[in-house]
Design a protein. Structure first.
Length: 176
């Protein structure tokens, strides 16, 4: 619910400036640059943190829903760079249906691994498997030690790739 709502808001804002966007293709260039910057932030293990979320136990079905909404809002800070990239893509789509589908698939992509892991972690002792844990990476850039995780690197590279596609799309619009 939270992610689809965020996507629809982003799409509304995107469609509101669509005529402006088509006349000013530099907005696609800016979105591409932002996607690349967000990808680099993700690779470096940086994110957005806004506020702490207190945990409470849900005791009813509406309570579980509210807990899920609060979890999604609280977790948005952890997935901020990825979510921002997906929302930037949603802005450019220009279709509420496509954006709803994109955000539903984003939410499903968050849900399915957790759901499957909840079934298989104990039975197959997956928490002990190296392919589940991933690997912490450590490297130095300009005398600054960076510690990140393989999942951050993979998702960051995907954002950089999408940003590069935006830049190529911008170049294609400019030449036509």
């Amino acid at each position: 619910t939270v992610f689809i709502s965020l996507g629809l808001i982003a799409s509304f804002l995107g469609q509101s400036i669509l005529f402006f966007q088509m006349e000013n293709s530099y907005l696609i260039l800016i979105a591409g640059v932002f996607l690349i910057m967000l990808g680099i932030m993700q690779i470096l293990g940086k994110g957005f943190t806004f506020f702490p979320v207190k945990v409470f136990k849900a005791r009813s079905i509406p309570g579980v829903f509210v807990l899920g909404v609060l979890f999604a809002l609280g977790w948005s800070a952890c997935t901020g760079t990825i979510l921002s990239g997906v929302l930037l893509i949603a802005i450019v789509f220009g279709s509420y249906l496509k954006v709803s589908l994109l955000m539903f698939l984003y939410a499903l992509g968050n849900f399915v691994p957790f759901f499957l892991m909840s079934f298989f972690v104990d039975g197959f002792k997956l928490s002990e498997k190296s392919w589940v844990k991933g690997k912490m990476l450590s490297f130095t850039i300009f005398d600054v030690k960076i510690e990140t995780h393989t999942t951050h690197v993979l998702s960051g590279l995907l954002l950089v790739f999408m940003g590069a596609l935006f830049l190529l799309f911008h170049e294609n619009l400019r030449t036509n």
